[in-house]
Ligand binder design. Sequence first.
Ligand code: PMP
Length: 407
Amino acid sequence: PVAFDVERVRRDFPALHQRVRNRPLVYLDNAATTQKPQGVIDALEHYYRFDNANVHRGVHTLSERATAAYEGAREKVRAFLNARSTKEIVFTRGTTEAINLVAASWGRANLRAGDEVLITEMEHHSNIVPWQMLCEQTGATLKVAPITDEGELILERFDALLSERTRLVGVVHCSNALGTINPIERIIERAHAAGAVVLLDGAQSVAHLAVDVQKLGCDFFAFSGHKLYGPTGIGVLYGREKHLAAMPPYQGGGEMIKFVSFDRTVYNDLPYRFEAGTPHISGAIGLGAAIDYVKGLGLESIAAYEHELLGYATEALTAVSGLRLIGTAREKASILSFALERIHPHDVGSILDHEGVAIRAGHHCAMPVMQHYCVPATARASLAMYNTRADIDALVRAIHRVKEVFR
Ligand code: PMP
């Protein structure tokens, strides 16, 4: 087994140590949101107890402290993604807002009738709907590269859909519905060769894989703090400086300007031009604390541990008769979507909850994936670095209980 002190990690997450329905909680809904380590909770408390003030404009001490902490968090995100500059790190509400920012700002400035946006069949709604809206507004066309029944992107079909009309390729790094890790290096290389820019939806990848935006060469990378052990309501858009510098503002208001009069407004420098209004200061600080925590363990060790656990879980679930795994790609991370013969996923989810096991049942905001597999929904267990083989054993026991109830 991989050397990873999971028991020590678990001690840092207070929410894991409670009983649900009179059973020890087994939390396997990490793709929806992760639990928070004490260090993140402490960082939020410290900010509100001692440093709470608005940022950037203040002349007083608390405002200087809040600004230093907020901008310090931006630097932590920069280093975490290995971006060249903090100018390339824009704080948003989450992945959804980051993608909407690109669609609204880059999209309206760069897309014309006849242009194309290329996405995949396994995208989350947040990497589908903003492009549909943009195509409606601009007369561009949305193209969709299909997947196999294993849940892998069909690369030849993707290549065939790329053309000189493709302006942007939007791809999920790791699918939240299937667990598939896409071959993004290859996708980026082909997309760039065709002259398209590439946006990666990193919502499910940042907590499970080391990401280096310079090495990947992507143009945009979006993720949410709450899936990386940080707070909700905070996320990040990484954008290459050359793109961000040429993009019009997304929202107007305070913070994003240098000068305003009724005749003329001068917009602020990067990245502030894309952060209108008072930002989620505590959220950014909490995200910074989450990054510190993850870096302390090392994403390579986390990934190795989770990979082994995913293998154990895949074997255990495959051995359950009447259970079908949905998403069996060769490269996968953290997700086990499944269907139980003749039992609705919502019933699976409810009975598992009675056993203290938290999973998700539904379409996972990826209805086209459900349509591909002709199911209304799946049950989904999703792993984090604090899960153990004992959690998987509890899941399997609870699934057997579901089968007994429906026998
Ligand atoms: N993309 C993927 C792959 C996701 O899993 C999620 C969250 N379920 C999102 C985008 C959207 O993230 P958020 O709701 O935090 O904006």
